[in-house]
Design a protein around this ligand. Structure first.
Ligand code: MGD
Ligand code: MGD
Ligand code: SF4
Ligand code: MO
Length: 741
């Protein structure tokens, strides 16, 4: 392990996620003790250390598992993985509890009750595969292969996608596009000609000023990014945070701008205005690499700091103070592009474009301390027959979303509900709980009711599983091989996931499910390997590392394929139509959209209602960890944040039990009210992922409130097809006696 004296564990937890994480080190519940995961490692001696990588979120941190027999004693961060840097976050540390969770899916099942009732009977894998294959073949015969769709999120998904594509369907989609970072992908692609990688290529080691829009790092626990942020602050880098809520990171900022929800673009436009007015832009970058500067200059003339201050409801002086910090630091300024950026529909693209344009004007793209140019590793594709010619996807056939690089989950759901532009009749769902991750659960259920077959491959009996016709239980991430991790960064790397222990149940890994089901579907020649080691070895050929070495080390570092920074004299052909960074986007103009970023104010909530904001707990990932015995123990419920002025108007006191409702008759709770000045009076806030309804989740069921149950109104962005999910307003009332638990 490398010596990291500047960043003790206490240092980084203390620096970011203080309250919640402090519990992690102090608790000693009976349940957590029963799993022996909190006992001192000296009590039982490991007989081996197995490297792998985490799947509790998609940062996919490298880990080292200490194992005795078939029991995991501890998980810790892999010292040589750039995304872990020797540490795991609180969730990753608790990952081993998912292996021994008594609630997990243990064997394949087929539905016996009504859809959604969650009644199943156990079957063998052969029967499960045959049932699926018959269903899918029937759908293909009646409606064509495009009537099958894959909705997926996670490492096993791409192999299932290979099966689906070989079977003839183009319809595969992940919530990580349309419900997460899609608008960022589109905005940066339109401006710089490429989307940003994940992990984001943020040069936090060199930055002198960071600007965060929402991005509530510390609560959003993306491991290495949080560590790097803490180090940057220690080095003296300045920090500006825009957030209507005083997030943990906002509480530590030099300038916190508690902007009105959805008004970030106004502030961005004012900063662009100031850079141009004061002739402070990075002329070397702008002259050599951009087009549309004059048009931008004219466009931003009216956007003074005073104008932005009125739009955003923050003092103009603070907008100027933040600008001064940026100006002093340029070009080493990091305009964080955000990650969950699908807030309001088309305005999200405008905000993303404004962030990208500001980055360009600062000269901070592919520059030290800004966004660097990542190198990606290349490995071989596993050979297989050519894929068939695919028909148009649902979104293409509907002529929607001219700039979407991917099919949208919402497009698939729409086609399934309405039969337009063509019917979708079968879903394979892998690793995504669509009931919680897609806005408007009513539309999701309506779509599911229209299906001839719903197959769900999962590890836990979450809400989506209750609706399945066939349930395929996957090995947990600590019990299986998955495809290689191809890590992009300053130093690219290849990482391996391998079985740390073996599953005690009749579960299987996704690669095996894809291979075996493909055989039943008649496309098994895509998976012409016997063992997954054979597959991995074939992919690693010529990469400089063998499978045996990788299994031992866990990660293999490669040399960069390109310099991280643009050289001053470098002629670079950007992958846009003009070959330049497009400050003015003719592409957008040609399709009838604003070619320069505009600010559209978000309407105020109706009287007595609040805008619903949501975010992350450092101890949970989306809706997938609330039932984890250890994490449940540390953080078993969420609370609803409300400003004291709003609470007193409603006659609600701190700590009372409330229900949160929307205008469609949905209600969630009961949940405790947190009365705090850390949130703007027109908003309420809750952590996403709680309020599970599935009875199969014995710990998480009914705990807290679900933002997903409330988000009915969503705004579809016509440019890239992403769904803004903060358009929902809600009301809060005291829970009645019969509603309390
Ligand atoms: N612990 C943990 N970490 C995670 C995850 C997890 O589940 N758990 N998930 C990961 C994933 S997939 C993602 S996409 C990211 C999501 O995390 P982020 O990308 O950081 O998500 P945001 O939506 O930007 O952040 C939520 C914050 O935005 C603020 N906010 C709400 N409205 C506005 C607004 O109009 N303007 C501004 N400036 N701020 C606003 C909220 O008050 C809240 O503090 O987190 C990642 N990290
Ligand atoms: N209302 C609301 N909606 C949101 C968000 C929000 O904050 N609020 N966040 C959005 C964002 S940023 C994102 S990225 C998405 C996330 O959306 P999802 O990825 O759908 O997130 P989860 O709700 O965690 O659902 C994960 C599902 O995968 C299962 N699972 C976990 N591990 C494995 C595994 O190893 N194998 C298999 N087969 N299954 C597994 C879990 O049991 C669970 O059923 O949600 C988006 N939707
Ligand atoms: S950030 Fe935490 S949960 Fe996500 S992969 Fe890393 S250790 Fe796992
Ligand atoms: Mo996300």
């Amino acid at each position: 392990m490398p010596d990291t004296p500047n960043l003790s564990r206490r240092g980084w937890l203390g620096g970011v996620a203080a309250t919640a994480a402090a519990g992690a080190t102090l608790t000693s519940s009976s349940e957590a003790q029963a799993f022996s995961l909190l006992r001192s490692p000296e009590a039982v001696v490991a007989d081996r250390v197995v490297p792998s990588y985490c799947e509790l979120c998609f940062w996919n941190c490298g880990l080292l598992a200490e194992v005795k027999g078939n029991r995991i004693l501890s998980l810790r961060g892999h010292p040589d993985y750039p995304n872990a840097q020797g540490r795991l976050c609180g969730r990753g540390n608790a990952g081993a509890a998912s292996v021994i969770d008594r609630d997990r899916l243990k064997y394949p099942m087929v539905r016996v009750g009504a859809r959604g009732e969650g009644r199943f009977e156990r079957v063998g894998w052969k029967t499960a595969y045959r049932t699926i294959a018959q269903g899918f073949q029937r759908i293909k015969a009646e409606h064509g292969a495009q009537a099958l769709a894959l909705l997926y999120h996670g490492r096993g998904g791409p192999l299932i996608r290979r099966m689906l594509v070989a079977f003839g369907s183009p319809n595969y989609a992940a919530p990580s596009y349309a419900q997460c970072k899609g608008s960022r992908d589109v905005a940066y692609k339109l401006t710089f000609g490429e989307k940003l990688t994940s992990p984001e290529p943020l040069d936090l080691d060199e930055t002198r000023c960071m600007v965060l829009f929402g991005s509530h790092l510390g609560e959003n626990a993306h491991n290495s990014q949080v560590q790097e942020l803490v180090r940057a602050r220690r080095r003296g880098a300045s920090l500006v945070v825009l957030d209507p809520r005083m997030s943990t990171v906002a509480s530590r900022a030099d300038v916190w701008l508690p902007v009105r929800p959805g008004s970030d673009t106004a502030v961005l436009l004012a900063w662009i205005h100031l850079l141009l007015r004061e002739k402070a832009w990075n002329a070397a970058f702008v002259d050599k690499h951009t087009v549309g500067f004059e048009k931008l200059e004219r466009h931003v003339q009216p956007f003074t700091p005073e104008w932005a201050a009125a739009q955003a409801g923050v003092p103009a002086a603070d907008i100027l103070r933040a600008f001064d910090l940026m100006r002093k630091a340029m070009p080493a300024v990091l305009i964080h592009p955000g990650r969950h950026v699908t807030w309001y529909g088309e305005p999200d693209i405008q905000r993303g474009r404004a962030q990208a344009i500001l980055t360009a004007l600062l000269g901070a793209f592919w520059a030290p301390g800004g966004i660097f140019r990542p190198s990606s590793p290349t490995v071989k594709e596993f050979p297989g027959p050519d894929f068939p010619d695919l028909p148009k996807s649902v979104d293409e056939a509907a002529g929607k979303y001219p700039f979407a690089p991917e099919v949208t989950t919402t497009g698939i759901r729409e086609a399934t509900r309405t039969g337009k532009p063509y019917p979708v009749k079968g879903w394979f769902v892998h690793g995504t709980n669509l009931i919680q991750s897609m806005p408007n659960v009513g539309e999701t259920i309506e779509a599911i009711r229209n299906l001839d077959m719903l197959v769900v491959c999962d590890v836990m009996p979450t809400e989506i599983v209750q609706w399945a016709d066939v349930v395929l239980p996957e090995d947990t991430y600590l019990e299986r091989y998955d495809d290689l991790q191809l890590g992009a960064g300053k130093k690219p790397y290849i990482g391996i996931r391998q079985p740390v222990v073996t599953s005690p149940h009749d579960t299987r890994p996704a690669w095996r499910i894809a291979k075996e089901l493909s055989q039943e579907l008649g496309v098994g020649d895509q998976f012409a390997f016997e063992t997954f080691e054979e597959y991995l070895s074939a992919r690693l050929e010529g990469s400089g590392v063998t499978l045996a070495e990788l299994k031992k080390k866990g990660v293999h570092q490669l040399e960069p394929t390109q310099p991280a920074y643009l050289r001053p004299d470098e002629d670079f052909h950007w992958h846009t139509p003009t070959g330049k960074v497009e400050l003015f986007s003719q592409q957008l103009a040609d399709k009838g959209f604003s070619p320069l970023p505009t600010h559209t104010p978000i309407p105020e909530p109706p009287a007595g209602a609040f805008r619903l904001l949501y975010g992350r707990s450092p101890l949970h990932s989306f809706g997938r960890t609330q039932n984890n015995p250890i994490l449940h123990d540390l953080d078993s419920t969420n609370v609803v944040w409300m400003h004291p002025a709003a609470a007193s108007k409603l006659g609600l006191e701190h700590g009372v039990s409330v229900m949160v409702t929307n205008d469609k008759g949905d209600a969630t709770g009961p949940v405790s009210l947190l009365v705090t000045e850390r949130i703007a009076p027109e908003c309420v806030y809750m952590v996403h992922g709680f309020g599970h309804r599935s009875k199969g989740l014995s710990r998480a069921n009914g705990q807290g409130a679900s933002d997903s149950d409330l988000v009915r109104d969503y705004a579809l962005d016509p440019i890239g097809g992403t769904t803004g999910m903060r358009t929902q307003t809600v009301r809060v009332r005291a829970a009645q006696r019969q509603e309390r638990r």
